[in-house]
Design a protein around this ligand. Structure first.
Ligand code: HEM
Length: 262
């Protein structure tokens, strides 16, 4: 290949690596926010249900969060497509396969980022179809207070209200949108053993993917040197253990200890 063309290719590959690092670290940040939000599912009783459903309303209606959500969707798409291009380029560049697969200094996670990422992508498609798609476009249950009244999107139980096309009506007056019961959708899903198994098992590839990805992202951005080296290494390992564990605990509590949530 001509030298100039080679230089151009290298520059575009470096740009792709940087974009992967930036989108990957942004996705790490999303995981922290998403886990914190989801842990509200473990607050027992009606107040927990109300808090989680109100949080879902906030996350889907607040304009700034809506913009961040679009950045999130774009980041996922860029991260996946860049990973695909880089993997294909690496394969092509390496015309002769390694004699020994476990290269010096490489880890199980670093050698299998493509497979680990693909497993996470399969989980994500199932996950979004289960919750996100249903909440935004599917048929949803609506929230009812312990006294049996429908609850408005503002979190107020409205005595005597009837539900019509997602709105609450009292004596012909529209009292606004009703609160969708996302908590109930999650509770029903996590009452099924196969869904719980998928959620818990998927956290294993997520953990390995994060174990390499977190540190590698900082390294690509040139931020992993000197004292920061060991801090990022430890933070990476902690992140890769705590985040998947936090996510796995939620379906396990719903399945094995439902009475603790009443
Ligand atoms: C116990 C585990 C989890 C629970 C209970 C859970 C719950 C939910 C729910 C209820 C939604 C829909 C909320 C909405 O549309 O506002 C959602 C959206 C989403 N989840 Fe999860 N989630 C879990 C784990 C994960 C994991 C591990 C990932 C990533 C690997 C993930 C990625 C996403 C994404 C990207 C969205 C769309 C967010 C948006 O529209 O802004 N979730 N999740």
């Amino acid at each position: 290949m001509e030298l100039r063309a080679q230089h151009g290719l290298l520059k575009s590959l470096v740009a792709k690596k940087i974009l992967m690092a930036l989108t990957g670290l942004f996705l790490c940040l999303f995981l922290v926010v998403h886990l914190s939000g989801n842990l509200q599912l473990l607050i027992p009783g009606y107040s927990g249900r109300l808090q989680f459903n109100s949080y879902a309303v906030f996350m889907t209606h607040f304009p700034l969060i809506k913009i961040i959500s679009y950045v999130l969707y774009l980041s996922i798409i860029i991260h996946v497509l860049d990973a695909l291009v880089l993997t294909i380029r690496n394969r092509r560049a390496r015309t002769v396969d390694y004699a020994v697969k476990s290269g010096y200094g490489s880890t199980f996670a670093s050698r299998n980022m493509g497979i680990l990422g693909s497993l996470i992508l399969i989980f994500l498609v199932l996950h979004l179809a289960n919750f996100w798609y249903k909440y935004k476009f599917g048929e949803m249950p609506y929230m009812v207070s312990p006294e049996g009244h429908y609850v408005s999107q503002k979190g107020e139980a409205i005595p005597g209200a009837v539900l019509k096309e997602g709105h609450l009506w009292v004596d012909g007056v529209d009292k606004g949108p009703a609160m969708k019961d996302l908590y109930e959708v999650v509770r029903l899903a996590f009452g099924q053993s196969w869904i719980v198994a998928i959620y818990v098992l998927s956290m294993i590839p997520l953990g390995y993917h994060l174990a390499h990805g977190f540190q590698s992202g900082f390294q690509t951005l040139g931020l992993r040197f000197g004292k920061a080296f060991s801090v990022i290494r430890v933070a990476g390992w902690l992140f890769a253990i705590i985040i998947p564990l936090g996510f796995a605990i939620i379906p396990l509590v719903f399945y094995f200890f439902p009475e603790k949530l009443n």
